[in-house]
Design a protein around this ligand. Structure first.
Ligand SMILES: [Zn+2]
Ligand SMILES: [Zn+2]
Length: 129
């Protein structure tokens, strides 16, 4: 059996490709996008309803998380269960607090947009003078 992946792992309810730990993986053998499903699992549409309406942030296009970069590691060699490397806790609610991680991205995006708006207004003002 030469072709083994795509294989996925589930960490704290969210799915990632096993080989790279990505939600959205562009590797030609993975080519998966778990973001939409993961959003649904965490009910992010409802959690961030207000923020999304205000900023137009697209949950389906958010930055793909990499669960290995966040410290996920098998609880035992070959295990299908994952813990964080910081607390060595399975499905750690601190390290794998998906809503909090996405919330930070939305907040950063809002800040950036506010700043761009401010700069735009400034430029318009300067233009008139
Ligand atoms: Zn992958
Ligand atoms: Zn942890």
């Amino acid at each position: 059996m030469a072709f083994q992946y795509p294989e996925n792992i589930v960490v704290a309810g969210w799915m990632f490709c096993k080989k790279h730990g990505r939600e959205y993986c562009y590797d030609f053998k993975c080519t998966c996008d778990h973001r939409m499903c993961n959003n649904t699992v965490a009910d992010l549409d409802n959690v961030f309803q207000e923020e999304i309406e205000e900023s137009g942030f697209s949950l389906d296009d958010r930055t793909s998380l990499n669960v290995y970069e966040l410290g996920a590691t098998g609880v035992a060699p070959g295990s299908e269960q994952y813990m964080c490397s910081e607390h060595r806790k399975k499905d750690c609610p601190v390290c794998f607090d998906w809503a909090a991680i996405v919330g930070r991205e939305i907040a950063e995006e809002e800040q950036r947009e506010k700043w761009l708006e401010k700069r735009q207004k400034y430029l318009e003002r300067v233009d008139k003078d």
